[in-house]
Write a protein that binds this ligand. Sequence first.
Ligand SMILES: Nc1ncnc2c1ncn2[C@@H]1O[C@H](COP(=O)(O)OP(=O)(O)OP(=O)(O)O)[C@@H](O)[C@H]1O
Ligand SMILES: [Mg+2]
Length: 427
Amino acid sequence: MRILIAEDEKVAQKVLQRFFFRLGHEVFVAENGKKAFEIFKQERPDITVTDWMMPEMDGIELCQEIRKMQLVPYPFVIMVTSSDVKSHLQMGYDAGVDDFLQKPVNKLELKIKIRACERVIDLQQREQVLHNQLAMTLKISENKNSYLEAMMQELKSAQKSLEEALEAAKESTREKSAFLANMSHELRTPLNAIIGFSEMLQEDAEEDGLDEIVMDLNKIHSSGKHLLMLINDILDISKIEANKMELHIEEFLTKDLISEIVNLFKPIFLQNENQLIVECAENILPMMSDITRIRQVIYNLLSNANKFTKNGEIRLIVENQQVLDRDWIFIYVKDAGIGMSKEQMKKIFNAFSQADSSTTRRFGGTGLGLTISKRLCQLMGGDICVKSQLDAGSMFTVALPITINKQENIQSEFEFNLMFQGMRAHL
Ligand SMILES: Nc1ncnc2c1ncn2[C@@H]1O[C@H](COP(=O)(O)OP(=O)(O)OP(=O)(O)O)[C@@H](O)[C@H]1O
Ligand SMILES: [Mg+2]
């Protein structure tokens, strides 16, 4: 502690000085109130132990001067007096004295009073530290707030520009889709004429035995059909993107649809020496959905399986499952073909995307089949997922609700992922 002694009696002064010094305090001494106040202003002691009666400035006045300064941390004043303490108590109290001691000073009493002051001073210091920390925290949080506000502002303007860009992109997609839809429509009419006429001419040429012309006409006919298929795909994807794809919902027997597709595909599979194995439950539930679009999806998956497998086994598994309180049809197309890497799988549901560019060269196609199939399934309240391994084959899984209910919320992607995981475990 830093202690100031204001005492005009030399002996009493020495006694106090030695006493405090031995206790390890830093001590300042003055022989009257005026000098004591000068030292006080310079040294700011923690405790002032002052005599009452002194020349030039007494202890009461010294205390009043100290209190006028309104200092923080609070400086303690202990008054030592030889007069009857009680009669001066009120004066001392009014002047701001904290404690009194009667002369001759009882050292233990003084020790106790100093210790009490020490404790309060310690608390004051701790409070000051806390106060500083709080002020710093407030400053930091103020800075943080203004930083956050600036960030929010930036985010808002970024969001606005994004929204504008998105709206512009949507608008141009709509325009592009409308253009493609019109173009495709315009192209289909003459193409149908080419296909029809080449068919008729083929028949005539066959009757007339013009074999060479038959072969050429055959090429025209199959190229026309291929072109028509491409145009149909472009028309489909344009309609889907323009939100103009409409479903035609009707009730049909799932089993009949499957056998119709299987009959269609058996000869096609033979061309690639593939074997089609069908597992469709006898009691498979009838569906209330768009039969044409489901046929298109299964058709796409089976032609892919056949295209990318040579001399292998292709399985078509059809079954019902109850998931998320609904009846679903699960269609699995599993092949033993070229398979795909993880990187390749990421791209295949994007329009005009193929697993890698060499696929186009080797197998042909535009990369629209899966995009259309996925979007069609989603439109019917379902989804498609794939599991594959390079050189080990692929398995596509289609999940569709047995009955389309347009009012119902479509499952989230997350729910589908869970559902597909469950189904994979089941296989
Ligand atoms: N069963 C499969 N095995 C291996 N790769 C496959 C399989 N199915 C699809 N893929 C890969 O995914 C790509 C995209 O398939 P998608 O059906 O969309 O297009 P495509 O068959 O190339 O052309 P399109 O179907 O438009 O004629 C394929 O090019 C192929 O790389
Ligand atoms: Mg395909």
